[in-house]
Design a protein around this ligand. Structure first.
Ligand code: NDP
Ligand code: OXD
Length: 307
């Protein structure tokens, strides 16, 4: 019998265990406890190192998120494939979140809301859509969906990734050689890159200064992509008009962090695309069943690439 162990920090285990048992009735699915017998597969989120030290024969590690940066910092059993969530209901949430942030900035909705609270009836000059290009960094499962959603609102959309792609309505820039062109052609910058040694601190004074004046930053990937002080300085100097941030270097964001007090920054608590339990269980169960039949599965992380 296949044995599956569940170790997801900050997640209520009971409904996950029930869902996995229902989806994989032939498997034995247990909540990990220190000292339990080794399993074949693990379903994890932010597990302690001790978890992997006690799991020498894992064949697969299923992460209940799309980003695996924290997982790859641990010492993992070398034979185990690391498998991430692919979409599982997150892409549409990310498209909603980013579209609303772009539109709120484009339509000055924050300013109108503040005016309404103050009882002011004031009009602002509409912006030109053709001068409001949005650049999406990372055109993977989430970035591609976001870029395509933005084309429906007829914004000029640029996309940047390592390898070339053909996405309808999206002007594509590839690799380091075209990165500066991509930035210079973008006013709003959306970050949907994985956090890797190549992308850490990628949103910094140099790169953000290259955005068009009045630039706006939407970071929904990882906090360590962004150099916090550089963003604050560029907002203070008015090169950037503001930012929407969903992810932070330290989460929860510490009460003393200056982001809380910068009115041009809108914050949310890492909620732009939540893991949906039913969709995630269905995806993981299908992949475990496929592996059992000796089939190949998608979503296996390339540890050398970091995503
Ligand atoms: P994918 O792996 O599907 O896509 C990653 C994209 O980034 C690919 O297009 C890849 O290029 C590109 N990329 C990677 N490295 C580089 C580089 N050095 N230069 C240029 N492009 C690069 O990931 P997802 O779309 O599923 O997720 C993206 C990230 O979103 C996750 O890693 C996670 O950090 C974050 N996330 C945040 C959530 C939240 O709630 N805030 C929820 C879910 C995810 P190529 O296609 O050429 O390989
Ligand atoms: C993820 C996340 O990576 O929630 O899925 O950040």
């Amino acid at each position: 019998m296949i044995k599956i162990t569940f170790c997801c920090t900050g997640t209520e285990p009971a409904p996950w265990l029930a869902g996995l048992r229902a989806a994989l009735p032939q498997a034995q699915v247990e909540l990990w406890q220190p000292g339990t017998t080794p399993a074949d597969y693990a379903v994890v989120w932010a597990p302690p190192q001790q978890f992997f030290d006690e799991q020498p024969k894992l064949k697969g590690i299923f992460n209940i998120g799309a980003g695996v940066d924290a997982l790859l910092r641990l010492r993992l059993p070398p034979q185990a494939a690391v498998v991430r969530l692919e979409d599982a209901g997150m892409a549409v949430q990310m498209a909603e979140y980013v579209s609303q942030a772009v539109i709120r900035n484009f339509r000055d909705l924050e300013t109108y809301a503040a005016d309404a609270r103050a009882g002011h009836w004031t009009y602002y000059k509409p912006r030109q859509r053709n001068e409001f290009s949005v650049g999406v960094m990372g055109l993977g499962v989430l970035g591609a969906r976001v870029a395509q959603a933005l084309t429906h609102f007829e914004f000029p959309v640029n996309g940047w990734s390592r390898s070339s792609k053909a996405l309808g309505g999206v002007r594509h820039f590839v690799g380091a050689a075209q990165f500066h062109d991509f930035l210079a052609n973008s006013r709003v910058l959306v970050n949907l890159l994985p956090l890797t040694p190549e992308t850490v601190n990628i949103l910094n004074r140099d790169t953000l200064s290259r955005l068009q004046p009045g630039g706006y930053v939407i970071n929904v990937a990882r906090g360590a992509h962004l150099v916090d002080e550089d963003l604050l300085e560029l907002i203070k100097s008015c090169h950037l008009s503001g930012a929407t941030l969903d992810v932070f270097r330290t989460e929860p964001l510490r009460p003393e962090h200056p982001f809380w007090r910068e009115p041009k920054i809108t914050l949310t608590p890492h909620t732009s695309a939540r893991t949906l339990r039913a969709d995630s269980i269905a995806q993981i169960a299908d992949k475990i069943a496929a592996l059992g039949r000796g089939e190949k599965i998608a979503g296996i992380v390339d540890a050398a690439r970091g995503y």
